[in-house]
Design a protein around this ligand. Structure first.
Ligand code: Z5A
Length: 218
């Protein structure tokens, strides 16, 4: 008898404007999952595969010529197509859970909200690159722009997107909150202006709720 295929893994994404603490809280999500016996693959966007990481470099470097929004959104989705086909989908099919620091909502927020790329164009690119893949849950760390930028300021050199204005990040944040309002079943919004420890407690509690929900539905 052929052994049954493993149950598909779950796909969790982490989003928010710069400096809200995604990198800090990612570790908390992973340890909460591993403590419950889940096999986790951690990845990030733009990037996650060797070629997608090279595209990440092109997206974030200051470069020596202007980067039109059209080129930026195409690069982001080229990296995502590689990431989905070569890393995320195979891992999910093998039964692993995948946790990604940013995914397609970042394109709606940064290229859509921030740069003004029309939503229909982002959705068309998503249709091509994702081929139906939607995160099972998205944790949105939300904090006022001045809080995120002040935290990120401590880090020195700012890449091309980090060098954007506060107004740009206000538009990004507003679009993230709009996405969360549109899909309340997928998004968990956490107040990231609290201390790192308080955010971590809220993140862990969200992970436990997700595990309970998925165990009921898998
Ligand atoms: N991008 C895009 O435009 N379109 C897309 O589709 C995708 C991405 C996928 C790279 O993302 C850029 O790509 C990003 C969007 C764009 N550009 N921007 N902005 P990234 O995720 O790699 O880089 P990032 O957004 O710049 O992440 P970040 O700045 O590293 O932020 P973070 O991970 O959210 O923060 P952190 O490193 O965890 O924390 C920052 C500092 O604050 C650090 O010193 C912490 O110790 C401290 N911290 C964290 N939490 C707290 C709390 N709660 N209180 C006090 N201090 C804290």
């Amino acid at each position: 008898m052929t052994p049954a295929a493993p149950a598909r893994g779950r796909f969790i994404t982490l989003e928010g404007i710069e400096g809200v603490g995604k990198t800090t809280q990612l570790k908390r999500i992973v340890s909460a999952l591993e403590a419950r016996g889940v096999d986790v693959l951690v990845t990030r966007e733009p990037g996650g595969t060797p070629t997608a990481e090279r595209i990440r470099g092109l997206i974030l470097e200051h470069g020596d010529e202007p980067m039109p929004a059209s080129a930026e959104v195409l690069l982001v989705f080229a990296a995502r197509a590689l990431h989905v086909d070569n890393l995320i989908r195979p891992a999910l099919e093998a039964g692993r859970w995948v946790v990604s620091d940013r995914f397609v909502d970042a394109s709606h927020a940064y290229q859509g909200g921030g740069r003004g790329v029309p939503r229909a164009m982002i959705e068309a690119l998503a249709g091509l690159a994702l081929n139906g893949l939607v995160p099972d849950a998205t944790v949105l760390l939300d904090a006022p722009v001045d809080v995120g930028l002040a935290r990120a300021d401590g880090r020195g050199d700012r890449d091309r997107i980090e060098s954007e204005t506060a107004d740009f990040f206000e538009r990004v944040r507003a679009r993230y909150l709009e996405l969360a309002r549109d899909e309340p079943d997928r998004f968990v919004v956490i107040d990231a202006a609290q201390s790192a420890e308080a955010v971590g407690v809220a993140v862990e509690s969200a992970v436990h709720d997700l595990l309970d929900r998925f165990n009921k539905t898998s």
